[in-house]
Design a protein around this ligand. Structure first.
Ligand SMILES: [Zn+2]
Length: 157
């Protein structure tokens, strides 16, 4: 599926975060607005350009610790030849300025490294601003995302 960068995300009503060491999961209907980033498709032009290694490494590190919307379907890269297209399961959420969260598919790192995609600068800044130490040390019932509402529903096993 294709969504314009910085358009409003409406793909899933709920945001669901999982614990990376168990099957615990929580979900809720977000009060924060979500904006699409990096939902690329064949035949749709997208911005390209060089990115700093620091940004790419940070994005990869975020994807190692955050598990979100993983049960909602696998996306295959539509830009690669069919025989070698990687699949990505889930999405990522990055907190941004003014209470906005950026919503990207898990394949965003692949789009960047294999297809030269350059996300908007606001997203790059938001990734660089992530408190990676706090996200890495977060343990259930905390998850690596700062805006989990207290009334989120939780699956405990
Ligand atoms: Zn690809």
């Amino acid at each position: 599926m294709f969504y314009e960068d910085l358009s409003e995300y409406t793909y899933q009503h709920e945001d669901a975060f999982g614990d990376r060491e168990s099957f615990h999961e929580l979900w809720y209907r977000p009060a924060y607005p979500r904006l699409n980033i990096g939902w690329l498709e064949t035949g749709r032009p997208y911005s390209t350009g060089r990115l700093s290694t620091a940004f790419v490494e940070k994005l990869k590190a975020v994807q190692k610790v955050q598990r979100m919307n993983v049960c909602l379907g696998v996306h295959e890269c539509g830009l690669c030849p069919e025989t070698s297209a990687p699949e990505g399961n889930g999405e990522i959420r990055i907190p941004g300025e003014a209470g906005i969260a950026y919503a990207a598919p898990f394949l965003i790192t692949h789009y960047i490294t294999a297809h030269g995609y350059r996300p908007p600068q606001v997203f790059i800044d938001a990734v660089l601003a992530v408190d990676l130490d706090a996200w890495t040390t977060a343990r259930w019932p905390d998850v690596p995302f700062p805006w989990i509402p207290v009334d989120a529903e939780r699956l405990l096993e």
